[in-house]
Every structure is written in structure tokens, then in C-alpha cells.
Design a protein around this ligand. Structure first.
Ligand code: 3PG
Ligand code: MG
Length: 398
């Protein structure tokens, strides 16, 4: 894959696809700007090398319509503050007004195009839309790791129309850390997987079994594993149709010599909302009317001990309903355990990132991915459409 460093960008119109799909509150205040900080090295590099910088991103899911609350203008302001220069907000991402704006740019200027998903062509991977975007630039750079699992026009089809294509530093970094963890990792390689559902992570679980030495599960998905072992989990969330699959996964792990850890105790409650009857119980003694809300302290200790010899750790998904204080300990303790380990640690998935910040441990993690779905797609072992498109076009000698 060609990188921005291998392309002459001086004086050129450089369109950088970024993913600044950041969370905002109802007043459009940005509540977490990790993804904005993530693109700064590439944007600054392009400015330092005298490019005309055109940034393109989506925000939310406006489904092909202009939704004013999903405008990227708050991002332009924040970005301008970090770059210490004006980031001009374009009225749209394609069309004659935008073309005029771009054609009047001077080197060292930055324009942020309006939300790509205001046009249906973006998510349809439409070639006409992609060609219109490509028409704005001399060089296309993909630095939008978090959306590379989507075959969208600005990440996939555009590579067939842009004169020259390459990858930005964030995309490169994400892929290289992931490679470090999965291709020839320092062992033991330990995977910690949590979150609500097995169904959304089944392909990732299957693929990871081929790579890891130890597997630890938590979150509501662990309940289905417990159930497959014949454990009665009361009213806890389970996926009935996946109980057999969960059992088969554990058997497969066993056959491969992968050590598979499930929780041994849990924080349970009578109901999630009322937070009543909160107790810590062994998983084999979950009261009939109770729900498992978090892993318990014995599990936290067990997982910490099992992490002690880890050389590489990959973590995705919380251990419990960590947004609620009484059920946050399992996830926050896990954050501390991973942070304290001397292993190469890679954490991905939106919620896990939030948990790390909440635990105040984000500085002690080797790499925190900006991708949620994209990180999961990497765990599934499938090529990401955005990355594959860059590889293809560069292989063809572009
Ligand atoms: C994300 O936050 O997951 C990416 O920006 C992609 O957005 P999407 O899930 O709406 O496609
Ligand atoms: Mg997503």
C-alpha cells in the first residue's frame, strides 16, 4: 500500500478521507474528540508539504438526506483550534459551489467538506458520486480506518477515479499495530472479549480461536457460554439460538489447546433499571429472578492472574453494564489489569475505549484503535473494503 510519504503532494489538491464521526450531545457539542486528534499527523504533514487540504467525512447516519444537526461544522471549529488555522466549512461535498471553492484554494489552506452521507451515493458506493468527489482532487488519501469496513463511495469506489491514491498515517498505524498482535505475535496472546452479544462477534470469535493462546469472555455474551455449560443463569440475557454454537466454540478452543476462561462469579440484580437486590454470587448460584450485570471480583482476580504472563493482549468489549456505577467494576478493573501488564496491548471498539478513559488508563495502553466496527472486522480476519481498494489500485501501478 502506497503511503502519503511516497506521493508528491506539493501544490496539489489532496483529498483526505477521514473518519471524524465523533459523538456529540444534543447541542452539537463534541463529547469525545479522539478521532479528530487521530487525523492531525496526516493533516499537518500535508500542510507542511504545501498541499491544498480537502477533508471529507461522514457523521452519523443521515441516510442520504441533509440533516442540519449532523453537519460537520462543529468538527471544523475543533480541528481549526488544533491546527491553529482556519478550517473552512464547505456548504456541501460535491457540486459547482464546492468545485469553485476548491479551485480557489491556495497551498496551506484546509477545507472540510460537508457530511458525505447527506448524499445517498456515499453509502451506495455509487460511481458517479465517487467520480464527482475524485474530481475535486489530484491525490486521494485514505486516513479513515474506522469506516474502512464499509464499501462506501469515498473509501472504495473513489480509488477507481482519483489520479493517485495512498494511505494516511492513522490508517497505517492501525493496520500495523493490528498486524503486530495477530501476525507472529509475542506469546502468550490473550484475547479478552466482552459486550452484549455473541451473534455480532461470532465471526471474530471463530477467527480469533485460530490465533490466540487464551480467551477470556465477559459481558452479557458470557451468559450464553455459561448456559452452554449447563449453568442456570436466571433471568440474565442469553441468546437461546446460540447456546449450542457457544458450546461448540468452547470445544473447538479445547481441541486447539486454547485456554478458555468464563466468569466464575457475577454481580447480579433483580432488574437493571431499579438496581435492586444487587449481590455478588458464584455463577452457579444466580438467583432465579436475577440478571447478571457484571463479572464479579473473583473473576476479575482470575482474569488478572491469567493475564500475568501475557505478551500480547487484544481487548474488545466491556465486562458488564459499565455505564451504571454498580456494574462498572468488572470493566474498570479489567482496564487496570490490562494497563498494568507489560504486554503489547491493543484495545478496540467504541465502548471499550470509553471504559479505558473512564478508568483513567488510556495512557498505559499500547494502542487504542479509533475503530469500532472496523476493528471487529479486522478481528474477523476479512480484508477491509477500503484497504483492499487501496491495495488493488496501488498494485495496478497507480
Ligand atoms: C463508526 O463510528 O462505526 C464509523 O464511523 C462508521 O459508521 P457507521 O457504523 O455508521 O457506518
Ligand atoms: Mg459503526
Amino acid at each position: 500500500m502506497k503511503t502519503i510519504k511516497e506521493i508528491d503532494i506539493s501544490g496539489k489538491r489532496v483529498l483526505i478521507r477521514v473518519d471524524v464521526n465523533v459523538p456529540m450531545d444534543k447541542f452539537q457539542n463534541i463529547t469525545d474528540d479522539t478521532r479528530i486528534k487521530g487525523i492531525l499527523p496526516t493533516v499537518q504533514y500535508a500542510l507542511d508539504h504545501h498541499a491544498k487540504v480537502i477533508l471529507a467525512s461522514h457523521l452519523g447516519r443521515p441516510k442520504g438526506k441533509t440533516v442540519p444537526e449532523m453537519s460537520l461544522s462543529p468538527v471544523a471549529m475543533r480541528l481549526g483550534r488544533y491546527l491553529k488555522k482556519l478550517v473552512k466549512m464547505a456548504p456541501d461535498c460535491v457540486g459547482s459551489d464546492v468545485e469553485a471553492l476548491v479551485n480557489n484554494m491556495k497551498t496551506g489552506e484546509v477545507i472540510l467538506l460537508e457530511n458525505l452521507r447527506f448524499h445517498q451515493g456515499e453509502q451506495d458506493n455509487d460511481e458517479n458520486f465517487a467520480a464527482a468527489l475524485a474530481g475535486l482532487c489530484d491525490v486521494y488519501i485514505n486516513d479513515a480506518f474506522a469506516v474502512c469496513h464499509r464499501a462506501n463511495a469515498s473509501v472504495e469506489a473513489i480509488t477507481r477515479f482519483a489520479p493517485e491514491c495512498g494511505a494516511g498515517f492513522l490508517l497505517q498505524n492501525e493496520l500495523s499495530y493490528f498486524k503486530k498482535a495477530f501476525d507472529n505475535p509475542a506469546r502468550p496472546l490473550v484475547a479478552i472479549i466482552g459486550g452484549a452479544k455473541i451473534s455480532s462477534k461470532l465471526a471474530a470469535l471463530e477467527n480469533m480461536l485460530k490465533h490466540v493462546d487464551k480467551f477470556m469472555v465477559g459481558g452479557a455474551m458470557a451468559n450464553t457460554f455459561l448456559k452452554s455449560m449447563g449453568i442456570d443463569v436466571g433471568r440474565s440475557k442469553t441468546e437461546e439460538d446460540l447456546v449450542i454454537t457457544a458450546g461448540n466454540l468452547m470445544k473447538k478452543a479445547d481441541d486447539k489447546g486454547v485456554i478458555f476462561y468464563v466468569p466464575v462469579d457475577a454481580v447480579v440484580a433483580g432488574s437493571q433499571d431499579a438496581e435492586v437486590d444487587i449481590k455478588i454470587v458464584p455463577v452457579k448460584e444466580v438467583p432465579e429472578g436475577s440478571m447478571i450485570m457484571d463479572i464479579g471480583p473473583a473473576t476479575s482476580l482470575l482474569y488478572e492472574e491469567a493475564l500475568a504472563d501475557a505478551k500480547t493482549i487484544v481487548w474488545n468489549g466491556p465486562m458488564g453494564v459499565f455505564e451504571e456505577e454498580p456494574f462498572s467494576k468488572g470493566t474498570l478493573t479489567m482496564a487496570r489489569s490490562v494497563a498494568e501488564s507489560s504486554a503489547l496491548s491493543i484495545v478496540g471498539g467504541g465502548d471499550t475505549d470509553v471504559a479505558l478513559h473512564k478508568a483513567g488508563e488510556s495512557e498505559r495502553i499500547t494502542y487504542i484503535s479509533t475503530g469500532g466496527g472496523a476493528f471487529l472486522a479486522l478481528l474477523e480476519g476479512e480484508p477491509l473494503p477500503g484497504v483492499a481498494a487501496l491495495d488493488k489500485v496501488n498494485m495496478a501501478g497507480n
